[in-house]
Design a protein around this ligand. Structure first.
Ligand code: UD1
Length: 441
């Protein structure tokens, strides 16, 4: 079967209201957290995306039962029953599909005192090491060894609370450490912790399961360990996806809007909203929605990606697109991931003028983009390319859209509801109208 592509007919605008799904980056960890209690966790507002399918498979391989749409809930509710979880091994086939599978490490060590998890490979957006995860867990008494590509973790004397300082506020390391520390003996104080809203969401679910975590969302998190036996299943609703929201807001800013995203607190998007205003947009906020509109030309901007509450690296590509359409020169600095400028080369195929110097992108904006065949280089770049196609002249055909399906629920449908002319199609047809199968088939 030929792989689908997304086809966008350009010179278009986006306006109206769109509801964001639950946050991918939160839901993945909430599912992993369910391992820490024997029982049936009910997690609401879980997006329907392929990364969640992979995480569900990871849990199933461990012995859990994962069910969507059960017992009268809607299909955004996931029931994760961990009663029968009896394995602590996560195979390469799943970890290599999705790096976030590594987030079962902390909960498995918490539940079994050990874990056997395939090492995640490199990643297209930089080296993405896990040294901070390991150092943090070592402070709690975990010993690691590598065996034929697998990471073997063992806490021979049980988990012991400790003072840990992370070198960098890594999201994944903060989460893994938090999920092990909740059942350690004694108190863990984690300094330089990540402050993302998804960390707060995870702490809230863990607390609802019986954990005792305070100050999640600040850079010093305190975790008083509780006995594993006192952890119990819970019901929890996933926080809204601020990156999906930011992506649609970028689309509204690009085409003028007005475009409203619902299901998100503007507080989670503070820096992105500031940058939209700097670029000449009007942004209105309510408790759980944000509206963007623009009547003036886009202005150039300086952006530095940083851990939350700084500008999110996951919105860098979308804002690079805005910079490419602004009149003047913008500078975008990527501080979180190395190699996260692959998107620039694809946007250049559409006529953008971008020079990469080390971790800075100098974007000389103002040229009209032209529709072209392009490829998603990662999840966020893929979403941004579709937005680029909406304002470009002519037709844009986006390949490798599996990246987009990893993290955006019904992206094409939502864009169509906002007025875009976008569809999923088979790769290409010859002049007789027959579908020709691509080499990727
Ligand atoms: C998570 C998000 C991702 C987002 C990123 C930063 C998920 C599934 N993914 O990724 O979408 O872009 O946060 O907001 O939630 N690092 C190390 N050693 C470590 C851990 C990280 O050197 O042990 C480095 C990474 O290579 C990277 C930086 O720290 O350069 C940030 O990584 P981290 O915050 O851990 O991101 P993830 O949790 O992988």
């Amino acid at each position: 079967m030929a792989k689908e592509i997304i086809v966008v007919r350009g010179n278009n605008t986006l306006s109206g209201t769109v509801e964001v799904a639950g946050a991918k980056n939160s839901a993945l960890k909430l599912i992993a957290a369910a391992i820490l209690a024997r029982g049936r966790c009910v997690i609401h507002n879980v997006p329907i995306i392929s990364d969640i399918e992979v995480m569900s498979e990871v849990l199933e391989v461990l012995g859990a039962e994962v069910q969507r749409d059960g017992k009268g809930y809607d299909d955004h509710t996931l029931i994760v029953d961990t009663t029968e979880v009896d394995s602590y091994e996560t195979p390469y086939e799943l970890v290599s599909k999705m790096r976030a599978s590594i987030s079962v490490l902390g909960p498995l060590i918490g539940r079994f005192g050990r874990a056997f998890v395939a090492m995640p490979g490199g990643c297209q957006i930089g080296a993405r090491k896990i040294d901070m995860h390991l150092r943090g867990l070592e402070s709690l008494g975990v010993e690691f060894s590598i065996d034929h590509g697998y990471l073997m973790a063992d806490a021979p004397n049980g988990l012991k609370g400790a003072h840990v300082v992370l070198d960098f506020p890594s999201v994944g390391a903060t989460e893994n450490l938090m999920m092990a520390a909740v059942v350690a003996e004694g108190t863990t104080i984690m300094a330089n912790a990540a402050r993302e809203p998804e960390i707060v969401d995870l702490a809230n679910m863990l607390n609802a399961m019986g954990a005792c975590i305070s100050d999640a969302g600040s850079s010093i998190i305190t975790i008083k360990g509780v006995p594993l036996e006192s952890m119990h299943a819970c019901e929890h609703t996933t926080v809204g996806d601020r990156i999906e929201a930011g992506t649609f807001l970028a689309g509204g800013a690009l085409t003028g809007g007005p475009l409203t995203v619902k299901g998100i607190s503007p507080e989670y998007l503070r820096m992105a909203i500031e940058k939209l205003r700097e670029m000449g947009c009007t942004v209105e906020e309510s408790v759980d929605s944000v509206t963007v509109s623009r009547t003036e030309p886009l202005r150039p901007v300086e952006i530095q990606t940083l851990p939350h509450p700084g500008f999110p690296t996951d919105l860098q590509a979308q804002f690079m697109l805005l910079a490419a359409c602004a009149k003047g020169t913008s500078v975008i600095t990527e501080n979180v991931f190395e190699n996260r400028f692959m998107f620039a080369a694809e946007l250049a195929r559409m006529g953008a003028e971008i020079v990469i110097e080390d971790h800075h992108a100098i974007v000389r904006g103002g040229r009209k983009l032209q529709g072209a065949p392009v490829s998603s280089t990662d999840l966020r770049a893929g979403a941004a390319l579709v937005l680029a196609g909406i304002v470009a002249e002519g037709e844009t055909r986006i390949h490798k859209i599996g990246h987009i399906d990893r993290g955006y629920e019904n992206y094409v449908g939502k864009l169509c509801s906002l007025g875009a002319d976008v569809s999923r199609e088979l790769p290409y047809r010859n002049h007789r109208g027959t579908v020709r199968v691509s080499s990727e088939a």
